[in-house]
Write a protein that binds this ligand. Structure first.
Ligand code: FES
Ligand code: FE2
Length: 368
């Protein structure tokens, strides 16, 4: 059984994936969850399993803000409390459904997997929504038959561009020839770098060469926020290769937001949005071109990553696979996730020991 971090906000889907009046099933890190909206539009996230005979609640019926299981008719409130058992007056205390904290931010639905009381919306990673005033982003969802860490590996190491994407976005890529700056942060990594005097990749660029600044943060479980800014040649030198200041307007810029959500050990859901600044979008033409190219490229990644997953299932990897210089991003990212899992295991062990001690004390109480 694969261990997943539980004290995290996971992206369950786009806001538009859960329209009013529908119950949408999602599996996140091995947990079945049913999502729906109350009549005021706010979201509810319940375990997608009826406490009676474990039928999926997502096959149920909405009755106002409540949900009725359509197997034997138990009705539940958004709080998970059972409100009604047909043909029975007494409702046992155990007849309740687990609930999850859920938030809607920047066009994504975020679910907190651990105890709802510990959910802090300030810990939701930075992202840009589809309605943002500055950016013109288009959304996509790709289902992967692969473990989420393989997708994270791919997104934190751009040396594959020149190979997997040799005919698309990686044509002429210099990523494999030099290293990016990779910095470890609390919940993941930050990668940044300048590429100097490279062919402009912006579709309506008037300049043939630009200095391109790329910055992205990548946080567990797999939330990427990435900006690419194209500046006139010479900018990187002028700034001594430091990050461009906020007030330095680039010639062009593009934004990517990605969310990799583990479904279970061998499947994942991958959401991304991509596009230019609204002012550069030429009525939607540029965002459409960027979106088409990204789709093509991400399907190239999918072919490679799913083949890698199938291979790993048939032929387990050697105990010490080789690592190369470009693996810094993937290695640090996996380490960040391991740290989070390790910290949770420690807390659970301490909690279990305390419980055991309390039980023993209560059993011996008064017997001496
Ligand atoms: S399984 Fe849901 S009411 Fe019986
Ligand atoms: Fe790729």
């Amino acid at each position: 059984m694969e261990a997943f971090v539980r004290n995290l906000w996971y992206v369950a889907g786009w806001s538009h994936d859960v329209p009013p009046g529908q119950i949408v099933p999602r599996v996140i890190a091995g947990e079945p969850i049913a999502l729906y909206r109350r009549s005021d539009g706010s979201l509810v996230a319940l375990a997608d399993q009826c406490p009676h005979r474990q039928a999926p609640l997502s096959m149920g019926r909405l009755e106002g803000d409540d949900l009725r299981c359509m197997y034997h008719g138990l009705k539940f409130a958004p709080s998970g409390k059972c409100l009604q058992i047909p043909g029975q007056a007494r409702i046992p205390a155990s007849a309740k459904v687990k609930t999850y904290a859920v938030a809607e931010r920047n066009s994504w639905i975020w679910v907190w997997l651990a105890e709802p009381g510990a959910a802090d919306e300030r810990r939701i990673p930075r992202s840009i929504g589809l309605e943002d005033r500055a950016w013109s982003l288009r959304p996509q969802t790709i289902e992967y038959a692969a473990n989420y860490q393989l997708i994270n590996d791919n997104l934190t190491d751009f040396s594959h561009l020149a190979f997997v994407h040799e005919k698309t976005i990686g044509r002429g890529s210099k990523h494999a020839e030099s290293q990016s700056e990779v910095h470890e942060i609390d919940q993941g990594i930050v990668i940044s770098r300048w590429h100097e005097s490279v062919p402009s990749t912006f579709p309506n660029s008037a300049e043939s060469l630009t200095d391109t600044w790329t910055y992205y943060s990548y946080l567990a479980p797999g939330i990427m926020y990435k900006v690419r800014a194209l500046h006139p040649v010479g900018t990187a030198d002028r700034l001594a290769h430091a990050a461009p200041p906020e007030d330095l307007e680039p010639l062009y810029a593009s934004m990517n937001c990605h969310a990799v959500t583990p479904v279970d050990a061998t499947s994942s859901r991958y959401l991304f949005s991509i596009g230019p600044r609204r002012r550069d979008d030429l009525g939607g033409e540029i965002s459409q071109r960027m979106f088409d190219l990204a789709n093509q490229a991400f399907l190239e990644d999918k072919v490679m990553i799913e083949a890698q997953q199938r291979g790993l299932q048939r032929f387990p990897p050697p105990p010490r696979p080789i690592t190369i210089a470009h693996d810094k991003g993937p290695v640090l990212m996996r380490r960040a996730i391991e740290r989070l899992i390790g910290a949770e295991a420690l807390i659970n062990t301490a909690g279990n020991q305390r419980l055991e001690l309390e039980t023993r004390l209560s059993q011996t109480d008064g017997s001496d």
